[in-house]
Design a protein around this ligand. Structure first.
Ligand SMILES: [Zn+2]
Length: 130
């Protein structure tokens, strides 16, 4: 590790707080609108989690995506980060989209069932008082 990398590593540690429960290293520096931590390296703004991954684990291959296994976008704990190819990331995103669709459909179904339940209850109550 070069001197420069060692300094960057220290910066990353200084600018994050370790959550004892989730083990996330929560970025305390600047985060963008989407909640990703950002850090300036040699006058360039970079994603803190990507920099952390490169310093602690491996150089990132090409345009690979660094995925948060903990779903915490501001986390820079290298143990919570996983390098995935764009394809893998897309598959995961598509899965998430289809789950979302499924959730919406199930919610509609639940609403219908609740309506039906109400109808049944009303009917039952109406016949009870006869
Ligand atoms: Zn994490």
């Amino acid at each position: 590790m070069t001197n420069e990398q060692a300094k960057l590593k220290q910066r990353l540690l200084r600018m994050s707080t370790k959550d004892p429960e989730t083990k996330c290293w929560v970025w305390s520096g600047y985060t963008n609108k989407k909640g990703y931590g950002q850090i300036k390296v040699k006058y360039k703004v970079k994603y803190a989690h990507r920099v952390s991954y490169e310093i602690h684990v491996n150089p990132i291959k090409g345009i690979a995506v660094i995925h948060h296994k903990c779903s915490n976008r501001s986390c820079i704990n290298p143990k919570h980060l996983k390098q995935v190819s764009i394809q893998e990331n897309n598959v995961e995103m598509l899965q998430r989209v289809s789950f979302k669709k499924e959730i919406l459909e199930l919610k509609k179904e639940v609403e219908l069932m609740q309506l039906k339940l109400k109808e049944c209850q009303d009917y039952y109550e109406a016949t009870q008082s006869l």
